[in-house]
Write a protein that binds this ligand. Structure first.
Ligand code: FMN
Length: 173
C-alpha cells in the first residue's frame, strides 16, 4: 500500500481475530517505532512488546480505557521520560508509525491512554523514571474494514496564510 493510502484508510480497531500475527510483522512494528525520530534524538523511550496471553490479560485489567486490548494478539506499551517537554510528542509519533506499519501489513490496531498506573507499574516492572504514555493493541481485524473516518472538512480545520482566511483548495497555487 502506498503511504498516502495507508494514512487515509487506517482506522482505530478494537476487535480482533484470534489469528496469530507472525513474528516478522511484530518485528516490523517495533522497527517502525525505533526508526521514528525523537526530540533532540534523545531516544528516551522504551517499548514493551506484550505477547503472552497472561500479560495481555493483565494489560487489559490495568487499563481504564482499553479493556478491549484483552482480544488483541499483541500490544506495545510506550514508556517515555516525563521530564522532557516533548515526551508525549515522541510517544505519539512512534504510536502512529507503528499503527501505519501494521496497517500496511493488514494488521489493525487501537490506541489507549488510560492506565491504572500503580498496578501497571508493578505488573510490568516499569522503572520509576519512565511513564507509561501510550499503549497499542494489534491483531487481524475480525472482518473486512469498510469504515469511514468521521472528520471535519479541511475548510473548517485549515487556513491559508493567516487564520482569518478559510482554507479553500481552489486557492492553492
Ligand atoms: C491521544 C489519543 C488518545 C486516545 N485514547 C484512547 C483510549 O484511551 N481508548 C480508546 O479506546 N481509544 C482511544 N483513542 C482513539 C480515538 O478514539 C480515535 O483515534 C478516534 O475515535 C478516531 O478513530 P478513527 O481513526 O477510527 O476514526 C485515542 C486517540 C488519541 C489520538
Amino acid at each position: 500500500m502506498d503511504t498516502y493510502k495507508t494514512i487515509l484508510t487506517k482506522l482505530e480497531i478494537r476487535q480482533f481475530d484470534t489469528k496469530r500475527v507472525p513474528a516478522e510483522v511484530k518485528l516490523k512494528v517495533l522497527e517502525a517505532a525505533r526508526a521514528t525520530g525523537t526530540g533532540m534524538n534523545r531516544q528516551e523511550w522504551r517499548f514493551i512488546l506484550v505477547q503472552s496471553k497472561d500479560s495481555i490479560k493483565k494489560l487489559a485489567e490495568d487499563s481504564s480505557s482499553g479493556g478491549w486490548v484483552a482480544g488483541a494478539n499483541f500490544a506495545v506499551m510506550i514508556l517515555t521520560d516525563p521530564t522532557l517537554g516533548f515526551h508525549q510528542i515522541d510517544a505519539g509519533r512512534a504510536a502512529q508509525d507503528m499503527q501505519l506499519a501494521a496497517w500496511d501489513q493488514g494488521v489493525a490496531s487501537g490506541i489507549f491512554t488510560g492506565f491504572r498506573e500503580e498496578k501497571l507499574r508493578k505488573d510490568f516492572e516499569i522503572p520509576s523514571n519512565l511513564k507509561p504514555t501510550i499503549c497499542l493493541g494489534f491483531g487481524y481485524p475480525t472482518k473486512k474494514i469498510l469504515g469511514k473516518k468521521d472528520r471535519m472538512p479541511s475548510t473548517e480545520l485549515a487556513f491559508l496564510d493567516k487564520y482569518s482566511n478559510k482554507f479553500d483548495p481552489k486557492k492553492l497555487t
